[in-house]
Design a protein around this ligand. Structure first.
Ligand SMILES: *Cc1c(COP(=O)(O)O)cnc(C)c1O
Length: 492
């Protein structure tokens, strides 16, 4: 096979190098970039047992980035996985009763987004230099809560980059909101949208794919890129921790090398679980990938019926990062299912845009071969938080609880279950306290202190410092006002 390159899922754009795919974020035809084949890691599973997280990341990611030199990629990883993580090996596998939790929230913003968004800025500036881009890069991002913060932390004060983040005004937790509006960095801009996440995401995508907009930016000396999980540079670092979860389960004696495991993944935009799918295709022994949703269960229905129907009530839940009805990254899986037929994918996506619905002509066989799909409502989520705390003294956040609830109910699974733990419970103190039946104080700082007292765990530094940080961002825009807000921010 030739050197790995990236194709658009809609088949009408040219193939590009990994550097170009990372800088562009989204293909000119509106599709997402996908590798033209899935490579093998540089080392065997057995050898992976001995590697540091950084070296593992190198072994898994390098084959996807053939145009990066070893020094460049190692440099990006060195910069990303540093002491801003509160654990020396970045992720932790924690065994609790019959299941394991893969804690991915030890980074600077306490959400798993840090695993990728601490790498992406350096990948992107390296890629920009390689592709001869001289303009300032403008990162436009819509966030359901955690992406925006993690992206801004990653990009803050990185030279040659500006970042503008849109978040749904009432669709994130108070702690998430506070994290966002206090963001440091002269190159960071935060704007609240008077709408939900899908509104914010749609506006951003439209600005991105509008050729006139691109032209206008270029004249002013800017190019757009994306830090959303549509960017392949976001996805690649996420493949790494599936391998890590596996080798940790081997090291803990939970499984033997070669045994299959099941991953339960709290899913929103389908980026995290898609990385698991890539890990499996790279040779990781994966039994089932469990797509866990909250009450916004469009994916649960899709995996059962092959019909994607986003025309339904939108619920604001206690797991806001999963309050999504249009999961962008699903397009990459659909591309495979459609036999890499770009025009077929385009038909589905046009139908989704026009009518809110598409139905797979290919049926559900391929989907169901690999994925299970379940959802947890609010009561089940709270019950699961309570269960793990009462039984094991272990505290999980509402997103993780959705995945744990689904994993406990996925009765057919025989293999060891690893639940991806995507956020620190300290980001969602109210929900945790309510679930445990505590009298919840109004003030969120008091909630945090109570959580610490009840669980006997230390308040993580990124939460502790929020109390004293000044508010730096207070802008709000209307649902259709994102474009103007971008122009205003950049002064163009
Ligand atoms: C983003 C996020 C998710 C969903 O991940 P996707 O890649 O969008 O499916 C789940 N949990 C938390 C805490 C998140 O921040």
């Amino acid at each position: 096979m030739g050197e790995l390159i990236y194709r658009s899922t809609r088949g009408r754009s040219e193939s590009v190098t990994s550097a170009k795919a990372i800088v562009e974020g989204i293909a000119p035809d509106g599709g997402l970039y996908v590798p033209d084949h899935i490579p093998a890691p540089l080392v065997s599973l057995e050898e992976m047992l001995q590697l540091s997280y950084r070296d593992l990341a190198y072994a898994v990611m390098k084959p996807y980035l053939p145009d990066f030199t070893e020094e460049e990629l190692r440099g990006c990883l060195q910069y990303a996985y540093n002491s801003r993580f509160d654990t020396p090996e970045q992720v932790v596998l924690s065994e609790q009763g019959p299941v394991s939790f893969l804690e991915l929230y030890h980074g600077p913003t306490l959400a798993f987004k840090d695993m990728a968004l601490s790498v992406l800025p350096r990948l992107m500036t390296t890629a920009a230099a390689k592709t001869g881009i001289e303009q300032e890069i403008v990162i436009l991002t819509a966030t359901s809560g955690d992406t925006g913060k993690a992206a801004m932390e990653g990009f803050a004060d990185v030279p040659g980059v500006r970042i503008i983040v849109f978040f749904p005004k009432d669709g994130v937790s108070p702690m998430q909101k506070r994290q966002m509006v206090t963001q440091r960095g002269d190159n960071t801009h935060v704007i609240a949208v008077d709408g939900n996440f899908d509104d914010a995401q749609r506006s951003v995508k439209e600005i991105f794919t509008d050729p006139e907009e691109k032209e206008r930016m270029l004249r002013a000396g800017y190019v757009f890129s994306s830090a959303n999980s549509i960017n392949i540079g976001r996805l690649l670092p996420q493949i790494v921790y599936y391998f890590r979860g596996y080798t940790e389960a081997v090291r803990h004696g939970r499984i033997r090398l070669g045994d299959p495991v099941t991953f339960s993944v709290p899913t929103g935009n389908f980026g995290d679980i898609l990385a698991g799918h890539y890990a499996k295709k790279m040779g990781l022994p994966v039994d089932r990938l469990l797509c866990a949703s909250n009450r916004n269960n469009v994916l649960t229905d899709f995996f059962r019926t092959g019909r994607y129907d986003s025309n339904r009530e939108f619920y604001v839940t206690s797991s806001p990062s999963m309050d999504i009805l249009v999961s962008s990254n699903l397009e990459r899986l659909i591309y495979e299912i459609a036999g890499e037929n770009g025009s077929r994918v385009e038909q589905y996506m046009m139908s989704l845009k026009k009518t809110g619905v598409y139905t797979l002509a290919e049926g559900t066989g391929q989907l169901q071969n690999e994925f299970d799909a379940l959802y947890a409502d609010e009561a089940q989520t709270q019950e699961t938080i309570r269960y793990f705390f009462r039984e094991y003294g272990y505290m999980i956040d509402p997103h993780t609880a959705v995945a744990a609830s689904c994993a406990l109910r996925d009765s057919g699974v025989q293999s060891h279950r690893i639940i991806l733990s995507t956020a620190s419970p300290y980001k969602f103190p109210r929900t945790i306290l309510e679930s445990l039946g505590a009298e919840v104080p109004e003030d969120s700082w008091e909630q945090v202190k109570m959580l610490s007292a009840i669980s006997g765990t230390k308040i993580p530094e990124p939460v502790a410092e929020l109390k004293d940080l000044p508010v730096r961002h207070s802008r709000v825009c209307a649902v259709d006002g994102a474009r103007d807000a971008v122009h205003e921010t950049l002064g163009i």
